[in-house]
Design a binder for this molecule. Structure first.
Ligand code: ATP
Ligand code: MG
Length: 403
């Protein structure tokens, strides 16, 4: 019986860590989080996750759902790459059969491919050492598949053989999202607008292990129901990487009107930004978030000059993370296409920032002047009302698409 089980080639996914391998004593914490996140991402697909010698193996995925599992795992931060592998007993014949099967699949895609065998063994008692395996298996593959050739330096296919407690044979390495497992770096509050930049900023921070919460300010009737749906959809797209996200939807119209009626025209944008930050900070504290995240980039618009950013930060005491600060718009657009938020971000539904834009906004606000303008009107009642009317949605990757 034992023989039967070990002789059968089992398809497994071999998972390589990203930066976690640099961790020392607290490494188990990161590994544990990564395993949890892998399980969450595979929810609904049968699987078992095993950890052994600094590696994660996923077994038991039904053949017909293998590709879907790979697609989901590509979005799990903390994974450097995955390899679909055949796990077999260490009998040499079984190793060779697994290698032939994998080579056949590669040759079907490109008959005259170049390859190299790359063997490693942690089982030092194995009857061949790595060099011997490389030479012997290389030779056998060449004999069996005359259309292929060896290229030691730049092979198109690395046929890898790992001799561990079993033999693992694989011919593909699929690059994944890298970064740190979500949940290893605490929670932060993303200010999301529906534009191109803020979803990218959220992605970048989740990639460093942050759990995201999000806040969006809307201005009915100046912004539409569609603008709100767009933001929910952007958050849903982010949640395919970052896990469930609590989204706070804040009615902002009354505050915006009060700003326009009571503050100097050229300062309205910067004061609006300050109030957004102040409300976001209040919501963040309630939500257990320790920092704010925005999609601002230095110099992109008047409210993103160094002086404007200082005037905005002056409204809050939490750290404000701006992961896009040094990025050009083109670079941010490329990034958003890569992560899949671009097409939704460019849908033409107006954001509340674009509704009342002053003709000549200050580009070098003086903090003291802005504070004085803001203090000329008591916004506190409207702030409390907006917070009281804030709605919270828990957005999940599995939610239906809204737009
Ligand atoms: P984005 O592409 O993210 O909209 P932007 O370049 O258009 O950014 P602004 O509109 O000035 O810049 O907004 C700067 C940042 O302020 C955004 O990246 C976002 O973090 C935040 N923000 C703007 N509008 C809103 C909103 N309605 N709700 C929540 N956050 C917002
Ligand atoms: Mg915007």
């Amino acid at each position: 019986m034992e023989e039967l089980i070990t002789n059968k080639a089992e398809k497994v996914l071999l998972v390589r860590y990203a930066e976690i391998h640099l961790k020392g004593l607290n490494r188990p914490f990161f590994e544990q989080k990564l395993i949890e996140n892998i399980k969450l991402s595979l929810r609904g697909i049968p699987n078992r996750v095993d950890r052994e010698q600094g590696r994660i193996y996923i077994v038991g995925i039904p053949e017909e759902r293998f590709d879907e599992a790979v697609e989901r795992l590509k979005r799990v931060f903390g994974i450097h790459s995955i390899s679909p592998a055949l796990a077999v007993g260490k009998d040499w014949d079984l190793v060779c059969d697994a290698a032939y099967e994998l080579m056949e699949a590669q040759i079907a895609k490109k008959p005259d491919l170049s390859f190299k065998v790359f063997a490693r063994r942690s089982d030092k008692h194995y009857f061949m050492n790595s060099d011997q395996i490389n030479r012997e298996l290389g030779h056998l593959v060449l004999e069996r598949f005359p259309s292929v050739h060896v290229d030691i330096h730049k092979p198109e296919v690395s046929l890898s053989v790992e001799i561990r407690e079993k033999a693992y044979v694989y011919a593909e390495e699929i690059p994944c999202a890298n970064g740190m497992p979500v949940g290893t770096a605490g929670r932060a509050m993303l200010l999301i607008s529906g534009g191109i930049d803020s979803p990218v900023a959220g992605y970048m921070m989740a990639k460093r292990g942050i759990v995201l919460s999000a806040v969006h300010f809307y201005s009915y009737p100046y912004t539409s129901e569609r603008a709100r749906d767009k933001v929910v959809e952007l958050i849903r797209l982010l949640s395919t990487y970052a896990g469930n996200i609590r989204l706070h939807l804040v009615p902002f119209t009354d505050l915006q009107m009060a700003i326009y009626d009571n503050c100097p025209d050229k300062e309205t944008t910067i004061i609006m930004r300050r109030l957004m930050m102040e409300l976001a900070e209040r919501i963040a504290k309630e939500d257990g978030a320790k920092a704010l995240i925005t999609g601002e980039a230095l110099g992109q618009v008047a409210s993103q000059t160094l002086e404007s950013l200082c005037a905005t930060d002056d409204a809050v005491s939490m750290p404000v993370f701006r992961p896009l600060i040094g990025f050009d718009k083109d670079e941010i657009m490329d990034y958003s296409r890569r992560i899949g938020t671009y097409e939704t971000s460019i849908l033409p539904y107006e954001d509340c920032c674009t509704v009342f834009v002053p003709k000549h906004p200050v580009t070098r606000p003086v903090v003291e002047d802005i504070r004085a303008s803001e203090a000329s009107y008591d916004f506190s009642e409207l702030i409390e009302k907006a917070l009281a009317e804030t709605e919270v949605l828990v957005v999940k990757a599995s939610d239906p698409k809204l737009i």
